[in-house]
Design a protein around this ligand. Sequence first.
Ligand code: ADP
Ligand code: MG
Length: 319
Amino acid sequence: MAAAVQKKYVSQFAMMGTVISLTLFEPNQPAVEEVYDYLQQMDQIFSVNRPDSELSAINQQAGQQSVQVSPACFQLIQDALAYSQQYADSFNVLIGPLVKLWRIGFGGHEVPAAEAIQQSLQQMDLAQVTLNAEQHSVYLRQPGMQLDLGAIAKGYFADRIVDQLRQAGIANAIVNLGGNVKLLGENPLATDARWQVGIQAPAAPRGYPVLQVTMPARTVVTSGIFERYFKIGEQRYHHILDPQTGYPVENQVDQVSIITEQSELAEVLATVTYFQGPEQGVRLIESLPNTEAIFIDKQQQITVTSGLKPRREGVFEIE
Ligand code: ADP
Ligand code: MG
């Protein structure tokens, strides 16, 4: 009976180059504004398009001096560096020079000169970053080095937002940061209180999910090669760059979705398992608690981890 009168309250804002949406199940305008203000604040700290952001300051001062930053900025960089060390083959937060060189999704439409790629690779040495935890300062010791938090920042924000909502006394919510989804509590609109999340097929038109996953409150993060790319003939150059070669990763994977509890970790795992592909990727994900993955390859073949139980055609469930 309760489900029949249950309403939802959706707020949307265009920010950080994407659409952010917050769904609550009770009216709470102050909580919505708190989320909006938080994201504004994060944009001021982390935007690479703002020359006065903390992240831009660190990058501008590369090879010159250390920069003191806010606790949030220090924390996220520290996390991203640790993940870069852990997954050095694939995830590298110092990918900035390569991203700037290729400009994929930002007007880039040709393959950079091999020499320029080699030069960028020289500027991605994790050992050349100095963090000072007491002063909250960051120093990129070589000129030209640049942090790029594009593959992790939204996950960090999603985790903080859900914490904020919980602290504001909100029991249930959906936070959607341009495709990075994090759920809080239970689904008041479903009789079984479980959430349904659709996984969009990379090749299918928007709004037609290939898969539905029924789950408890988790986060769902997808990394794929159809969001930002350019093509030369049949060759697709996409935005997931290999920190070892300097070129977009070439493999059979179209996209990977990670379902787990922490969104920041999900972001990292989505990138890492994109590189690894379904075989190695499934092994990594099976070794982690409460974590699942869905791989879709170029032939639209789907590979899932064992915690995703098939229920009906195109429907999986996490118990
Ligand atoms: P999105 O969610 O925007 O589709 P992803 O989470 O897949 O993006 O991350 C892609 C972004 O991460 C790129 O646009 C770039 O800024 C950065 N990036 C690209 N390759 C790597 C890499 N190997 N390691 C870390 N960050 C990367
Ligand atoms: Mg990601």
